[in-house]
Design a protein around this ligand. Structure first.
Ligand code: UT7
Length: 330
């Protein structure tokens, strides 16, 4: 028993912020951003546009492709670090907007790896013997720019908003046909402090000092994160490939988390993949955290660049640290 993806969808807010726009806000340049990250522009959600609004668009697109109506969805697993409110879950806000009232709904918090975590959780819940779940929406969504310090050039040039979703369904085809072939998830809490929002939770509630120090926003030790990211994603990919008894030569597409083109290229090279096997759209979206892999998957599918039975390897890395990989047969 397993699951297969039967629809994909994504959404990016209308407003685009280019590198040239950022040159007017902080001491940076289009040249620095493009050469160090590969990013040219990113989408920014409107002030009144919540994570659940973006998620609603992405999920409707995915459900339309899958031919699934809201009342046929019985599980919503939403990955985010920038949800509508501290609670209730953004998945519940999404449920209301979609009118998917038969679904059990919850959020996952695994930062940029959240979507891949969601795939494994959905598979476990749907594949369980006598499971009541058949069909799930799994999605990543971020309004991460509300956590961005627009005075910090180290981070504000990196992030963008958006949502990506898939509809997954119990696979009845045994070992053949479209399905999730395997996944592996990892965490290492030793590094909680190299990429975080220092305040705004129970450890450090927001007060005047926090606001003065801008500790309610993302801070990152970029170089340290960079070094760890490449090794971690390569390791996760190799584990998933080994378990499925395939090699990277069998992979049609690698879709890595879109944080930095240099990281993506390094992961591709270490896996012996050529450029034409590695999907990159970080130039247009920046780092959309939990949404990035799902947005890229949707773009790839809708552009007709993937054929039935081809293998797609997803991998991500993010704060926590968290990382993982998932292998799909399309
Ligand atoms: O999604 C979760 C995972 N996140 C990631 O994977 C991000 C990982 N890290 C990275 O992508 C890269 O480390 C960054 C893009 C964040 C930074 O690139 P880097 O090559 O590691 O640069 P750096 O931080 O070492 O900075 C090099 C220089 C510094 O100046 P000095 O000290 O050498 O004079 C920075 O102050 O570049 C400077 N700098 C900038 N200059 C212009 C940093 N940010 C900027 C900027 N514009 N926006």
């Amino acid at each position: 028993m397993g699951i297969k993806i039967i629809g994909t969808g994504s959404y990016a807010p209308e407003k685009i912020l280019t590198n040239h726009d950022l040159e007017k806000i902080v001491d940076t340049s289009d040249e620095w951003i493009r050469t160090r990250t590969g990013i040219s522009e990113r989408h920014i959600a409107a002030p009144d546009e919540a994570a659940s609004d973006m998620a609603t668009h992405a999920c409707r697109n995915a459900m339309e492709m899958a031919g699934v109506s809201p009342d046929e969805v019985d599980l919503i697993i939403l990955a985010t670090i920038s949800g509508d409110k501290p609670f209730p879950s953004t998945a519940c806000f999404l449920q209301r907007k979609l009118e998917a009232f038969n679904a059990t709904c919850f959020d996952i918090q695994a930062a940029c790896s959240g979507f891949i975590y969601g795939i494994e959780v959905a598979e476990a819940m749907i594949s369980k013997q006598d499971s009541k779940y058949r069909r799930a929406l799994v999605l990543g969504v971020e309004k991460i720019t509300y956590l961005t310090n627009w005075e910090d050039r180290n981070t504000c040039v990196l992030f963008g908003d958006g949502a990506g979703a898939v509809v997954v369904e119990k696979s009845e085809e045994g070992n053949s046909g479209s399905r999730v072939l395997g996944s592996a998830l990892f965490s290492n809490g030793t590094y909680t402090d190299i990429l975080d929002v220092p305040a705004g939770g129970s450890a450090k509630p927001i007060d005047e000092e926090v606001l003065a120090n801008k500790e309610q926003f993302i801070q990152m030790e970029g170089k340290e994160v960079f070094k760890l990211a490449v090794n971690a994603m390569v390791g996760a990919c190799k584990e998933v490939l080994d378990k499925a008894s395939v090699t990277s030569k069998d992979i049609r597409w690698l879709i890595p988390h879109q944080a930095n083109k240099r990281i993506i290229s390094a992961v591709g090279k270490r896996l012996d993949l050529t450029e034409k096997n590695v999907y990159i759209n970080v130039d247009k979206y920046g780092n959309t955290s939990a949404a990035s892999v799902a947005i890229a998957l949707d773009e790839l599918v809708r552009s007709g660049q993937v054929e039935r039975d081809e293998l797609i390897l997803l991998t991500a890395f993010g704060a926590g640290l968290t990382w993982g990989a998932a292998l799909l047969r399309w």
